[in-house]
Ligand binder design. Sequence first.
Ligand SMILES: [Zn+2]
Length: 77
Amino acid sequence: MSRPGQHAKPLPNTVCPLCGGANQCAPAAAGKFDVPCWCTQAKINPEALARVPAQSVNKACLCPRCAAGVPGPDPAT
Ligand SMILES: [Zn+2]
């Protein structure tokens, strides 16, 4: 049984929802969660997370650059 709201297998979303670049998500690329991924070690910037479109939340990984909170095309205020 899988947890509610969780998929048994990672979705093949290998593109960052913020910048459209490769997110280097190992589970998405491998099709299973049983692989190490940079995102398990990285700190995800809360501001970057807040900018993820609702339909992509928990469905697509950010790329390392966006996860670190590096400003994207939008100028920071
Ligand atoms: Zn990105």
